[in-house]
Unconditional design. Sequence first.
Lengths: 112, 112
Amino acid sequence: MHVDVLQTLADPTRFRIVEVLRGGERAVNDLVEQVAIHQSGVSRHLRILTEAGFVQVRPDGPKRIYSLRPEPFRELDAWITQYRRLWEARLDRFAEELDRRQHARKRKETEP
Amino acid sequence: MHVDVLQTLADPTRFRIVEVLRGGERAVNDLVEQVAIHQSGVSRHLRILTEAGFVQVRPDGPKRIYSLRPEPFRELDAWITQYRRLWEARLDRFAEELDRRQHARKRKETEP
DNA sequence: CGTGCATATGCATATACGTGCATACGACGG
DNA sequence: CCGTCGTATGCACGTATATGCATATGCACG
């Protein structure tokens, strides 16, 4: 895995933004209301998140609608799998197989 | 989840240390050889990792043997589960159930 | 076109943090 | 005891980075 993914998420404000976006796509101003910092800051964080692959933008009139992208989360999930043996022992194989199936399926389905 | 976990991992040197420790317990000097910074820095990082719950120490003569602890990884894994729906859709429930079973097995969790 | 709303960017600042150096602390062997 | 090896800590420094303010850019509508 790559530390950049972690560094991107490690900032409290960006983390919050990501969590809000988990609830669905949002315009910049909607995010500003939830994060307690100035709008310029939010825009800059969104830039960073975009460059790191966490979010994508869709213009809607004068607004810009941001939403999450799966890749970095997937990467993180794949990485942490290597550490599952720390708390599993017996279920390890089972989990790995599940993981394999998920990756194999690769069904794309957008959200509820 | 809590950002501290991410912040702790977000430093390249600490990340490296964690990855090395995935291979098993190590004394401080063993780690120093692998991370390209001064020994004092490594000790400092180990302190941070300890306080964040990532590692534990075991004295061995004059040496100190560090090893990984599962909790923060578990926490991270639990958090990322919320985002699995970004790339899965149907297997989500299955994964959750597996997760539940894992948690049920090891019900032991409190610390300093 | 000009006005207003939504978002991005340049500049300046403060603060946090990783790092090295020197040194202190602790354990063990002679 | 005394010295040495292994590790932790105080101090000083440089740098990265998050933030606010002011302003630029972009888009819609009258």
